[in-house]
Design a protein around this ligand. Structure first.
Ligand code: ADP
Ligand code: MG
Length: 335
């Protein structure tokens, strides 16, 4: 017997994952009815993943489910928001039960970890596309913004940069990974860890925050433009993973640094804060088990410059990813 759209919803999505007390009506009606706690504002984010654009064709369904939610949680983290609910727009080429099983397992695995409830969505037929809209809370007036960076602020980034870009190079056959680095890199590409708890903890402490999805220079560039300032980044302070350092011999230092500065898909947080907050920021990062690096300073003027410690300017060979500037390219050329 052919399975319908409604069978798919009830079998794979309805009633799964956390069921929250603030959901008056979830899946099954024309719209969800949701309660925002008094004194809080709703933060809404949305991200779409398209097969062949945001993930290579052979990506496991479980990883697609995980990542579709992870990239939205990363946006909520950058706003300093506490995740609550999400909706799922799913466009499927066919009715592949095994695929849906894996996809929903990846999705609800992550939703469960952050207490998110799936409250609605839409299911259609077409080229594989996953859209998620996620919602979270912040105390009224407390959301982080891209627009608050001030001259004299430090610039920070969490985790390490460029790993997902390096993983895409390996998938495209342009870099051969040695030893156990392959698994690590694949994980960094397919299972980014959204910095949700740290993002919430940094609320009120940072002047500006963004998540690094299109490359550090592009995303920090958004912060600087929104804030009307510039910044100087210290090249030696860019955090590189062991796998990236191991790639230096084969790819050369320049290509590795360019990946770290401009390749997308890192889903780390980049933020600015006054020097008086240094101790508190490092303490919070450590408390949340998150590696955090101070990589530069905010300056007047609108320029974003990368410098070696000896004063030489470093010119990155790439800009961040832009879907329309790079129209027609596949995921293997994303950086
Ligand atoms: P409508 O036709 O009124 O837009 P649908 O028939 O598409 O509603 O969906 C029925 C119910 O199932 C709605 O509550 C909708 O939010 C939910 N829903 C549809 N697709 C999904 C999905 N992929 N994940 C979660 N809920 C879904
Ligand atoms: Mg309807």
């Amino acid at each position: 017997m052919a399975i319908s759209e409604f069978d798919i919803i009830s079998r794979f999505f309805d009633g799964r994952g956390p069921q929250r007390a603030d959901v008056t009506r979830g899946i099954g009606d024309d719209g969800a009815v949701l309660r925002v706690p008094p004194g809080q504002e709703l933060v809404a984010v949305l991200d779409t993943l398209v097969k062949g654009v945001h993930f290579p064709d052979n990506t496991p369904a479980e990883a697609i489910g995980y990542k579709a939610l992870a990239v939205n949680l990363s946006d909520l983290a950058a706003m300093g928001a506490e995740p609550a609910w999400f909706s799922l727009g799913l466009t499927l080429p066919g009715r592949d039960m095994g695929w849906l099983e894996q996809f929903s397992a990846g999705l609800f695995g992550l939703a469960g970890r952050h207490g998110l409830q799936l409250v609605g969505g839409d299911t259609t037929r077409g080229p594989l596309t996953v859209t998620i809209q996620a919602h979270g809370f912040v105390p009224c007036g407390g959301a982080c913004s891209r627009a608050g960076a001030r001259e004299g602020d430090d610039v920070y980034v969490t985790g390490t940069l460029g790993d997902a870009g390096l993983a895409l190079m390996a998938i495209a056959g342009r870099y051969r990974v040695a030893g156990s680095g392959g698994e690590y890199l694949r994980d960094r590409l397919e299972r980014p860890v959204p910095r949700v708890a740290l993002g919430m903890a940094l609320r009120g402490l940072v002047h500006a925050m963004v998540d690094v999805s299109d490359g550090l220079l592009a995303d920090l560039g958004h912060v600087l433009r929104a804030s009307g300032v510039g910044a100087r980044i210290s090249v030696e302070r860019i955090p590189l993973s062991g796998a990236m350092q191991a790639a230096r011999n084969e790819l050369g230092e320049r290509q590795c640094l360019d990946l770290a500065l401009s390749a997308g898909d890192d889903y780390e947080l980049c933020f600015t804060a006054p020097p008086s907050s240094r101790g508190e920021i490092m303490r919070l990062a450590e408390a949340h088990g998150c590696f955090c690096s101070r990589i530069g300073v905010v300056e007047s003027g609108g320029r974003l410059e990368c410098m070696w410690e000896d004063g030489r300017v470093y010119r990155c060979g790439h800009k961040g990813y832009d879907h329309f500037a790079d129209a027609g390219r596949g995921p293997d050329e994303k950086q």
